[in-house]
Design a protein around this ligand. Sequence first.
Ligand SMILES: C[S@@+](CC[C@H](N)C(=O)[O-])C[C@H]1O[C@@H](n2cnc3c(N)ncnc32)[C@H](O)[C@@H]1O
Length: 412
Amino acid sequence: MREVESVKADIARDLREEQTFRPTAILLVERDGAWLVDPTRAGGLTLLDPILPQILESFVGRPRTIDAYAAYCAVARTDPGDILPTNVLEECAAYGTTRGRFALQIVGHRALLSFGAATEQACLSAGAVSNVQRSEQSGHWDLTATARRKPVLCRTLIKALNPAQVPAPEMSIDDFVSRQEVLLELGCLHPNPQDAAAGLHLSRHPACPFFGMSRGTPIGRHYLNQFIAESRDGIRGRTLEIGGLPLNRQRYRLAQAAPFVTVDLNENSGADVVGDVHDRSLFQPGSFDAILAFNVLEHCPDPRRVVDNVHAWLKPDGLFLCMVPNAQRVHGAPRDYWRPLPDGVASLVAAFQQIEIRAFGNLATTIASLRGLAAEEIGAELFTWHDERYPVATCVRARKTAQAPSGIAPGP
Ligand SMILES: C[S@@+](CC[C@H](N)C(=O)[O-])C[C@H]1O[C@@H](n2cnc3c(N)ncnc32)[C@H](O)[C@@H]1O
């Protein structure tokens, strides 16, 4: 058997020489340093050791540790100088004086600088990566070329807010790698999965900790889109989406779902109604033709009560569409209680009729989902079969009986 130390040395060598990495993080840069935003946790912020953002930046455009280290060394202990274009600097100075905060997004080898209360709010709410990164309204400066030239963006931004900030220290490759490991632990630096030769499929770090969002379409979202496409024609009339946003009517192309009402526990979500769907009094009995709940029941401490409420809020013959993840990392929204399997979902909707349970996924897509890979990068072939032993997500389509008097809760 090989000595533990020699195995460790091999791993360290791989980290330096063989593997490639992809930085992805949202940082809120303030006067005293940078906060790392965790989009899987509303308001989840971690104050970083001041040197970490700069190490992260060194990986922008430099996937190998050795190149990132060289770039770091080239700028350590120096004054960053005016690396930002004058107009960006001016906007930084003006905005920094009033708000004292910038959002710097490092998204797969790109660096975007954003200003504005809306951006900050989006960063602080769950789902920040998709909201911020892809929003066309949230104007940002694309500073990728600057970060690739000199990885001192964060330092420059902190300096714009607080000129007393000190330059970054010089460090050995070992110190650099140990901080790189912290970034891997924090989930803002990801090993590239194609480096399978280095044993990465057994790695303790996902390719993307945000379900694959930083790489493309999450695997679970791919299946949800398929389920919605199959169900779209039946979603008509007064529709409620639990844990949804008004723009989902367009996003899911639900032209016949009108009016479209959304409800969410989170008062910052932008939903029409703020409330807890465990509370039956939120809506009148028999008031919706369709109710949607995608990726919500796993966050409900009493999903049975929620489904009973859905039953009561539906009109006779009303449609309930629901999806729960099975192979998905734990994430608070605000908490994460369960991964209901197809039999569990069937038992929740027993009071309905025309029940269709769908288990989407197979062993390959389950692994890909847990690894945080995106649908686009694993190829269409893997989506052509489902294996009910390895579901990525369970979906249900069910109707309230046409005769049931509305408002009467189903039996136990
Ligand atoms: C994981 S997100 C899913 C969002 C969206 N439906 C999707 O598929 O991306 C879960 C959402 O459900 C909301 N939520 C969780 N528990 C809730 C409850 N008891 N009542 C209302 N909304 C709830 C959360 O605030 C969050 O916005």
